[in-house]
Write a protein that binds this ligand. Structure first.
Ligand SMILES: Cc1ncc(COP(=O)(O)O)c(C=O)c1O
Length: 322
C-alpha cells in the first residue's frame, strides 16, 4: 500500500515515505512441527508484522483514506471507534500520520498491553460495557455514536463500512494468491467484524474460480458458530449479538463453514506455536491455527491451508508469558 508523502523530499532507495507505506505485504511462514504427518500443509500469514502490529492497520488505512476522499472525514476532525484494540491502534497510527485525533471506546476487555499501546499512540480511551445489548445506550457502539455526534467527529463504523473488507479484498487476498503461487486451497480466518474473512475469502474464491474453500474460526461463547452466548476469552473475535444483528461486513455467503474451538485449544496452540515453531502470535491466531490443524488432519499433502494470524503475542505478553 502507498501513502502520499507529507513533504516533498528527494526519494532514497529503500526508504519509505512514512509508516503507512509499511502496511501490508506481510510474510507467510510454513508450519514444520505442529502439522499432522500425512495431513495438509499449513502456512501462516503473520499480520503482526504490520507497523501497528495487526491486520487492522490495513482496514484503518482504507477506512480513513475512503472517508477523506468522500469528505466524511474533514482535516483535523476526530476519529471515533468502538474496538477491542487492534482497530484502535491502527486508527491511532494512521490518524497520527494524517493529522486526526483518535477516540477509542472499548468494552473493558482489552489487554493492558493494547491499552498501553493506544495511550502511546496518543488515543483518548473511554470504557463502556461490552455486555450491553445492541439496543442498550451503554453498548460500546452506541457510546461511540454519541461521542462522534457530540464532537463532530467521524465514526469509522468498522463493523459496517465496506472499506474494511475492501482493504482485504484488495491487499490480503491478492498477497496470499501471489505468495502461494495460486496453490492455496483453503483459507482459515477468525471472525470479528468479518472484514478479514469476507474480503480475503471473496477475493480468493473469485480468483480461483471458486476452488478455494473458506473456513471461519469461532471461539466458544460466540454466536457466529450458531452456539449460545457465553464469555469469550479470545480477544477481538466472535460476537454476542443475535444473527439478526450481525455486522454487515460479515458476508455469510463467503465462508463455506464455521468451526468453533475452545479457549483451551486456542491458548494451547499459541503456546505450541511459540515452543515448537518459534512463532509468537496472539490468541485469535491460536484459535485459527487450531482450526487449521484440525482441518489438516482431514486433508492430504496436496492441500495448502493459509491461516491468517491477526496479531502477535506482543499485545498479550502478561497473559501469555505470565
Ligand atoms: C486480535 C484480533 N483477531 C481477529 C480479529 C478479527 O478480524 P476481523 O475484524 O477482520 O474479522 C480482530 C479484529 O479486531 C482482532 O483484533
Amino acid at each position: 500500500m502507498s501513502s502520499t508523502s507529507l513533504t516533498a523530499a528527494p526519494s532514497l532507495p529503500g526508504v519509505v515515505g512514512s509508516v503507512l507505506d509499511l502496511i501490508g505485504e506481510t510474510p507467510i511462514v510454513r508450519l514444520r512441527r505442529l502439522v499432522p504427518a500425512d495431513g495438509a500443509q499449513v502456512v501462516v500469514k503473520l499480520e503482526g508484522r504490520n507497523p501497528g502490529g495487526s491486520a487492522k492497520d490495513r482496514a484503518a488505512l482504507a477506512l480513513i483514506r475512503d472517508a477523506e476522499s468522500t469528505g466524511a472525514l474533514v482535516p483535523g476532525a476526530p476519529i471515533v471507534e468502538s474496538t477491542s484494540g487492534n482497530t484502535g491502534i491502527g486508527l491511532a497510527l494512521v490518524g497520527r500520520v494524517t493529522g486526526h485525533p483518535v477516540v477509542i471506546v472499548h468494552g473493558g476487555t482489552m489487554s493492558p498491553e493494547k491499552l498501553a499501546l493506544l495511550r502511546l499512540h496518543g488515543a483518548e480511551l473511554i470504557e463502556a460495557d461490552w455486555t450491553a445489548g445492541p439496543d442498550d445506550p451503554g453498548n460500546p457502539r452506541a457510546v461511540a455514536d454519541r461521542i462522534a455526534r457530540d464532537r463532530r467527529g467521524w465514526r469509522s463504523h468498522q463493523y459496517d463500512n465496506p472499506a474494511n473488507p475492501g482493504a482485504h479484498y484488495r491487499s490480503t487476498g491478492p498477497e496470499i494468491w501471489r505468495q502461494t503461487g495460486g496453490a492455496v486451497t483453503h483459507l482459515v480466518a477468525s471472525i470479528g467484524t468479518g472484514g478479514t474473512i469476507s474480503g480475503t475469502g471473496r477475493f480468493l474464491r473469485e480468483v480461483s474460480g471458486d476452488r478455494v474453500r473458506v473456513v471461519g474460526a469461532n471461539p466458544v461463547g460466540s454466536t457466529y458458530g450458531g452456539g449460545p452466548v457465553g464469555t469469550i476469552r479470545v480477544e477481538g473475535v466472535g460476537t454476542n449479538w443475535p444473527s439478526s444483528h450481525w455486522p454487515e461486513n460479515f458476508d455469510r455467503a463467503v465462508p463455506h463453514e464455521i468451526r468453533t474451538m475452545s479457549d483451551e485449544v486456542a491458548f494451547r496452540t499459541v503456546a505450541r506455536l511459540a515452543s515448537e515453531e518459534a512463532l509468537l502470535v496472539g490468541p485469535s491466531s491460536g484459535l485459527a491455527v487450531g482450526v487449521a490443524l484440525e482441518l489438516a488432519t482431514e486433508l492430504d499433502r496436496a492441500h495448502v491451508i493459509v491461516v491468517v494470524a491477526p496479531d502477535s503475542a506482543t499485545n498479550y505478553l502478561g497473559e501469555l508469558a505470565g
